[in-house]
Design a protein around this ligand. Structure first.
Ligand SMILES: [Zn+2]
Length: 184
């Protein structure tokens, strides 16, 4: 009696043991995913609400990591790790809440505002005119105007335009991946 009971238990584990172990794995994986997913989503870009750096703007030169594009002002072919915009009102806006890291000026890029955001993002606005509306250290809101586009970036433009760059962890990324420029 006792022996057959033991055998029954043995047989039960022989038959269902693998399934039980597999089941335990599934539960463990589900738990691990459930615990890590909310944590990663908090720092992911999903919750960052980017806005366009210009409204009702035309993209005059798109982002391109691999395709060479001709720069007429410098007379050379180059990749273009940013997006050029042109709009009627020339107004330039911060794409996200952030802190102004620097306001600089040089002859090739014109007035350049660099803004630091959360999650490792930095946005750079080149070819602004001299009446920049923000200073280093200022806190800005997404959609807040920071200046106006101009032709100060003589290395690229003959007319008022914006050269916009987005960096993630210090590396240029395609703004199209983060900003809905269709509804600009
Ligand atoms: Zn450009």
């Amino acid at each position: 009696m006792e022996l057959s009971k033991q055998n029954k238990i043995k047989n039960f584990f022989k038959r269902y043991g693998v399934m039980m172990i597999a089941g335990a794995f599934v539960v463990a994986i589900a738990l691990a995913v459930g615990l890590t997913l909310p944590a990663t989503q908090q720092v992911s870009t999903v919750n960052l609400d980017f806005t366009s750096p210009m409204l009702n703007a035309e993209i005059t030169k798109d982002y391109s990591e691999t395709e060479l594009q001709f720069n007429e002002n410098l007379g050379r072919w180059e990749i273009h790790l940013g997006i050029d915009f042109k709009s009627d009102d020339n107004k330039v806006f911060s794409v996200l809440d952030g802190t102004v890291l620097s306001v600089e000026n040089n002859s090739l890029e014109g007035y350049v505002v660099t803004i630091e955001h959360e999650d490792g993002f930095t946005s750079v606005y080149s070819s602004l005119d001299e009446n920049v509306l923000v200073e280093e250290g200022d806190t800005v809101k997404g959609g807040e105007q920071i200046g106006e586009s101009s032709a100060t970036a003589t290395g690229e433009f003959d007319e008022a335009q914006l050269h916009f760059t987005l960096l993630k962890d210090g590396v240029e990324v395609d703004p199209n991946l983060y900003i809905d420029l269709e509804n600009k």
